[in-house]
Design a protein. Structure first.
Length: 387
């Protein structure tokens, strides 16, 4: 069976689903299967069609990484952020360039009720696990482990790993989002897909709409990226989840939007209108390739400066000159000597001065990129009059 056949099977499932034409198709069952078989959450019985021995071997590796994650990132980060977050922050979080990193959003903003991540990657087709051949699933799980190990060790994901997971039996973005749930003690409840209307409102896809798009593959959002091998219907996802084992726990909504945030695509777009409608938000970014340093990402930078109540980032966040212009102050943690990737020397010098001009505050974990010498660092960007 070729990989393209996954989309055909998904379409057949969609057409068989007993959903009304105007109601969103819920892929919650597929999300829960991914939670169990890919992210290794819970102990639900596996479907008869899956190789339990393969899944057990896979989960033995993955769960060992969860244990280490708690000591290297979850515990120290939660402890620090609890002392830094001001009272009264919005429960709505926007995370541009957030490729697969729901994990950090939940650690940084544990009281959030709505989280939006935006990156070039599509969410992915969640219905592939059961229709994959054993060989395809074995390959997909191996690719996932290679990529997710970096997420769990470095707390961010390399672009090349994200590109690999745009194809295959295990959808990359969704698998990373559901991994965050398993690692932090949440469980998926529902999963739907949507498009953004011209006015910025969301339209959730019905079973008929998913089926109608089965033959149209999702295309790259940037020329240098990669095309997917799944339907365009699976571009933007809405995942609802709650604390595991507590049916009465409040639901949290995570939306992932695949989009190019450069100035030739973002300003004035339906996505920009959707984000602006949220009003004031808490924000974050990290490991963002220093795109906010560039002139051709001024639109998303200006959005952050006009809508952020509080922002946390590594040095790929907003450069000091723009932060000052927006009426923000920046507080530094860890050490910064230079950018991890090649980037503007003038902006590098501004960041070096920012760190050198403040008392050194210790940092016990990696948050995004290290600096050019391997030092961990982060900064808080907040209005001069904080909430």
């Amino acid at each position: 069976m070729r990989l393209l056949a996954f989309s055909i099977v998904a379409g057949a499932v969609a057409m068989a689903a007993p959903a009304a034409a105007d109601s969103a198709q819920d892929f919650g069952a597929d999300a829960r299967l991914m939670y169990r078989a890919v992210a290794c959450g819970g102990d639900a019985a596996l479907p008869a069609g899956l190789d339990a021995r393969m899944i057990d071997a896979h989960c033995k590796q993955v769960t060992s990484w969860y244990a280490r994650l708690q000591t290297t990132y979850v515990t120290p980060a939660r402890e620090l952020f609890a002392t830094l977050r001001p009272a009264g922050l919005p429960a709505t979080v926007v995370y541009p360039f957030g490729g697969g990193d729901l994990l950090s959003a939940l650690i940084t903003y544990p009281d959030a009720t709505e989280i939006t991540t935006i990156s070039l990657e599509h969410a992915g087709d969640p219905s592939r696990i059961l229709v994959a051949t054993p060989r395809q699933l074995k390959t997909g799980l191996a690719t996932y482990r290679s990529a997710v190990r970096q997420l769990l060790a470095n707390h961010d994901s390399a672009s090349e790993n994200m590109q690999k997971l745009e194809r295959g039996a295990v959808p990359g973005q969704l698998s990373f989002f559901i991994t965050a749930l398993a690692a932090l003690g949440y469980e998926p409840v529902s999963l739907t897909f949507f498009t953004i209307e011209p006015d910025g409102t969301l339209h959730h896809l019905s079973a008929a709409e998913v089926a109608a798009q089965v033959g149209t593959r999702a295309k790259r959002k940037k020329r240098s990226w990669v095309d997917t091998d799944f339907s365009v219907a699976f571009t933007n996802s809405e995942l609802s989840f709650r604390k595991a084992g507590d049916p009465k726990a409040p639901l949290i909504t995570h939306r992932h939007i695949a989009a190019n945030l450069a100035d030739d695509a973002f300003p004035g777009s339906p996505l920009a209108k959707h984000l602006e409608a949220k009003g004031k938000v808490a924000t974050m970014t990290k490991a963002a390739s220093y795109l906010l340093w560039l002139g051709n990402f001024s639109g998303i930078r200006d959005y952050l400066l006009t809508h952020a109540v509080w922002m946390i980032s590594d040095s790929t966040g907003i450069p000091p000159r723009h932060a000052r212009r927006g009426g923000f102050t920046q507080t530094t943690y860890g050490t910064f000597k230079g950018s991890y990737l090649g980037a503007s020397e003038s902006e590098n010098e501004a960041f070096r001065k920012l760190w050198a001009g403040q008392a050194r505050r210790k940092l016990r974990f990696r948050y995004g990129y290290p600096d050019s010498e391997g030092n961990v660092h982060l900064m808080i960007t907040a209005p001069k009059a904080t909430p």
